[in-house]
Design a protein around this ligand. Structure first.
Ligand code: NAD
Ligand code: WQD
Length: 340
């Protein structure tokens, strides 16, 4: 298939590009490099032993986007491009709504004008809020979002549903990721956060590197077996492989499909620390501190629909995620540095 990938230089996008190239697809990536580097796409091509086409542009530049989409016949689009920092979205709601919602509308408008109506979308388990039943199935009601970022995911999902009702010749796969972590096993691409990481795994690998004195564990008195919050961590390569299946599905089957992408297993923060020790031999210094505002207590997926309908199942465990995440960080202590 010929596929347009928005945000393909980013964390999940770059891993997905490697797997799409391996699967024999032809790729055009658009990314404004607001949260990534061109270097990641150089490494993607090196890892895959194949080339892709790249355009540095923002989805907010509608004319440029339409130009890229109309230059070739695309079979589908995979849409990763968005701002994703929950805390920052509270401080900068207009920027988040503009980038994530307007960017998505621009993309779909350009797709419609070029006759490409097959879209795979990066949604998030954040749409469920604090789950009322666990494991979480796709039929679980969506909740009031806790942040402007969360609202942008709910709104863009709703826009896609409304567009589908108005014109069922569109095909959508809405992929609700649980907690993507880890890196490509080569250690050449991985998560490259700006500044101090907000998320658990990149913070852990930076503590292991000695960049921070210790990990603050947010809350040790939750109603969970060890008192810390529980998440469904999923290896980014498993997540990438799900996109290959999803894009192939929207390319040949009609409908709007929603899939949870997780392992189905919940792990507490203390279990992640123990797994990191087992996988890397590194004993992380940590301290239990106050709860973080807005944290969900327990969330893990029922991923069985994706297995049934996409033939996809996560196969990498928490030890793989810790080992590969650490390998990437250790090999790239300053993150994705451009080759000279
Ligand atoms: P990322 O920031 O690494 O990648 C996003 C990419 O999009 C970056 O390369 C950035 O430069 C680009 N981008 C942002 N705005 C753009 C614009 N207007 N035009 C062109 N390019 C733009 O993030 P990620 O972790 O790879 O996330 C990818 C997608 O998955 C996002 O939509 C995110 O909301 C979603 N998601 C991520 C997680 C997670 O924990 N990482 C969980 C659930 C959902
Ligand atoms: C995981 C656990 C923290 C950092 C975020 C977004 C969500 C979605 C996935 C995009 C929690 C604990 C963390 C630290 C800690 N992204 N923690 N010390 O909160 O599940 O979700 O990423 O859609 O929208 O909110 O992920 O990695 O931040 O936290 O104790 O320094 O680790 O309290 O229990 P989270 P996370």
């Amino acid at each position: 298939m010929r596929i347009l990938v928005t945000g393909g230089a980013g964390y999940i996008g770059s891993h997905t590009c490697v797997e799409l190239l391996h699967a024999g697809h032809e790729l055009v990536v658009v990314d404004d490099l607001s949260n990534s580097k061109r270097e990641s796409l150089r490494r993607v091509q090196q890892l895959a032993g194949k080339t892709l086409e790249f355009h540095e542009l923002s989805l907010l530049d509608r004319d440029a986007l339409t130009g890229v989409l109309s230059a070739a016949d695309f079979d589908a689009v995979i849409h990763f491009a968005a701002f994703k920092a929950v805390g920052e979205s509270v401080a900068k709601p207009l920027e988040y709504y503009q980038n994530n919602v307007t960017g998505t509308i621009n993309l779909m408008d350009a797709m419609r004008s070029c006759g490409c109506k097959n879209l795979v979308y990066s949604s998030s388990c954040t749409v469920y809020g604090e789950p009322q039943q666990r494991p979480v199935t796709e039929d679980h009601p969506v909740a009031q979002a806790e942040s402007p970022y969360g609202w942008t995911k709910l709104m863009t999902e709703q826009i896609m549903r409304d567009v589908y009702v108005s014109d069922p010749s569109w095909n959508f796969a809405l992929l609700r990721y649980f907690n993507p972590v880890g890196a490509h096993p080569s250690g050449d691409i991985g998560e490259d956060p700006n500044g101090i990481p907000n998320n658990l795994m990149p913070f852990i690998t930076q503590v292991a590197l000695g960049k921070h004195e210790k990990l603050n564990v947010f809350g040790g008195d939750y109603d969970t077996p060890d008192g810390t919050c529980i998440r469904d961590y999923i290896h980014v390569v498993d997540l990438a492989l799900a996109h290959v299946k999803a894009v192939e599905k929207v390319g040949k089957e009609e409908g709007i499909f929603t899939y949870n992408l997780g392992t189905g297993t919940g792990s507490s923060v203390l279990q992640v620390i123990a797994a990191f020790r087992e996988a890397t031999g590194i004993d992380l210094p940590y301290e239990i501190v106050d709860r973080r505002a807005g944290d969900v207590i327990v969330a893990y997926a029922d991923p069985s629909r994706a297995e049934r309908e996409l033939g996809w199942k996560a196969t990498r465990n928490l030890l793989d995620m810790c080992r590969d995440g650490w390998n990437w960080q250790h090999k790239n202590p300053e993150g994705m540095v451009e080759a000279v």
